[in-house]
Design a protein around this ligand. Structure first.
Ligand code: SF4
Length: 494
């Protein structure tokens, strides 16, 4: 998962993109980058692309002087969460840039399931040499090749762009949102045909009456930058804001069944965000209420006796408040987070994940000692974080420790941009709840049921494939995808 943003029509677009990236930092903490284009109208010496990117947090990658140098009225930005390659690999840091045709800057969020097949074909039949392990290079090649063919050097039109994006849709199976900047033409954005990965469109009226536009992974960006949210980009839709500020849009792939990733509401998106018209905050409250019903049953049947409800910071907080209210058990924030350690789920390797849990949470022993603690988290993926948390609470003197997850058991891999491509890594695969509890050293584990999860989000067209195995696209390349990701991830950099 990553955060993407594109802005056009303001004096220095990179400044706004920079602020936007801060608001999307939770979507990826491995690397960040901004690419801007200056048409040279104010200062001919500034003509061209300006790019800055590196591994690290937004705050570490950029400073005031760097942002000043990223001139131009159009810019795109990216925060990276590595599902592919090593988190230290600088060649995978986005945005990418191409000098032909026209000059193209591009960034994306997602994964291509059949990356292996397409990249092999491009290598063999078109003699392409790949410079990174990123799926983006495949999208970039498909898009740029077709654009070069259909425009033949003429000005880019909406029809040309439709054909270029269609070339991506025809070949690339997966979940992806893409933002592209074409020199002297404008900003382009498109979303995968099932709408798996999110993308939203906003605008801001300028003093001259014209509008500047922003596309981003989440609406959270808009409130910080003063944009009004217009709407979600449709599944299979192409958006083009030309250099005169005119907005064009076209749905290229009609689907009768969209498949928005449920994990956006459960875990990934900021609580302030609204996706597909459904507020994340409200969904998390309802997830907590749904879980409360199940916990109440377990209390009534004497399977647990919680004295306090404790959220695992930060994502589970809202659901835990609702849960505690419903079952009338005190809510206590007794796991104190060190804000300066990376989010554990995002970190690239098992070893690093384990270390991050040790470093980032400190228990308030006086409040935990002698109590039965109900820990609430957004999900249990590999179980590394969950078992360390349970042991942490036990070592702080808890009598009994229960673990509740607002997400149902994750038993299938994700091929669409969340970092669990291999079912062997998933704790719940092939295990019952009792076996999971034993593995985690918990007195009891409770998962929210799938039907309640769907109800809490309130959308009929969701991807829940990692829970129910019903993938919204062809995943016949999935095995190859998982093996490839495994190999790339184990590449260790000095
Ligand atoms: S498989 Fe799971 S994590 Fe992946 S897109 Fe679907 S719901 Fe989201």
């Amino acid at each position: 998962m990553c955060g993407i943003i594109g802005i056009t029509g303001v004096e220095q677009a990179a400044k706004e993109v920079f602020v936007g990236l801060f608001t999307l930092q939770h979507r990826g903490q491995d690397a960040a980058g901004i690419l801007s284009y200056d048409d040279g109208s104010e200062n001919p010496e500034q003509l061209g692309f300006h790019i800055w990117k590196d591994t690290g947090l937004v705050d570490n990658v950029f400073n005031e002087h760097i942002i000043e140098r990223l001139s131009g009225t159009v810019a795109i930005g990216h925060t990276r969460y590595s599902t592919v390659g090593s988190s230290e690999d600088k060649s995978d840091v986005q945005p990418f840039a191409l000098n032909y045709p026209y000059g193209i800057g591009i960034a994306f969020n997602g994964n291509i399931v059949n990356y292996g097949e397409i990249s092999e074909k491009l290598r063999k039949e078109h003699r392409r040499h790949f410079l990174s392990t990123s799926d983006l290079e495949v999208i970039q090649n498909l898009f740029a090749d077709r654009l070069a063919q259909v425009t033949n050097g003429n000005d880019v039109t909406m029809d040309h762009l439709s054909q270029a994006v269609q070339a991506v849709y025809d070949e690339a199976i997966g979940g992806y949102s893409v933002v592209t900047l074409i020199a002297d033409h404008g900003l382009v954005a498109f979303r995968d045909p099932k709408g798996i990965r999110p993308m939203i469109l906003g605008r801001k009226q300028l003093a001259n009456g014209k509008y500047s536009y922003c596309v981003a992974s989440e609406a959270i960006v808009f409130s910080f930058l003063g944009y009004e949210a217009m709407r979600d980009v449709e599944a299979g839709e192409l958006i083009f804001i030309d250099r005169d500020g005119n907005l064009h849009s076209r749905v290229l792939e009609q689907t009768n069944q969209r498949a928005h990733c449920m994990f956006e509401w459960v875990y990934f998106s900021g609580v302030e965000s609204i996706l597909e018209g459904l507020p994340v905050y409200e969904a998390r409250l309802k997830l907590g209420k749904g879980l409360a019903k199940m916990i109440q049953k377990a209390i009534d049947s004497n399977e647990m006796r919680p004295d306090i409800v404790v959220p695992v910071p930060e994502t589970a907080r809202i659901a835990s408040i609702a849960l505690a209210e419903e079952i009338n058990v005190p809510y206590r924030e007794v796991l104190i987070k060190n804000r300066y350690i990376h989010r554990s789920f995002i970190l690239g390797t098992q070893n690093k994940r384990a270390k991050a849990v040790d470093l980032k949470l400190n228990p308030v022993r006086t409040e935990i000692k002698g109590k039965n603690v109900l820990l609430v988290d957004d999900s249990i993926v590999r179980g590394t974080t969950s078992s360390r948390l349970i042991n942490l609470v036990r070592s702080a003197g808890a009598k009994e420790v229960y673990f509740a997850s607002t997400c149902s058991p994750i038993r299938q891999p994700c091929y669409y941009g969340i970092d669990f491509p291999n079912e062997k890594e998933l704790l719940a695969t092939g295990r019952s709840e009792a076996e999971i509890a034993e593995k985690l050293n918990a007195d009891k584990v409770v998962y929210l049921e799938q039907s309640s999860l769907r109800k809490a989000i309130g959308h009929n067209e969701l991807c829940m494939a990692c829970l129910d195995g019903k993938y919204p696209t062809d995943v016949s390349s999935g095995k190859k995808f998982s093996q490839q990701r495994q190999r790339q991830r184990s590449r260790v950099w000095p």
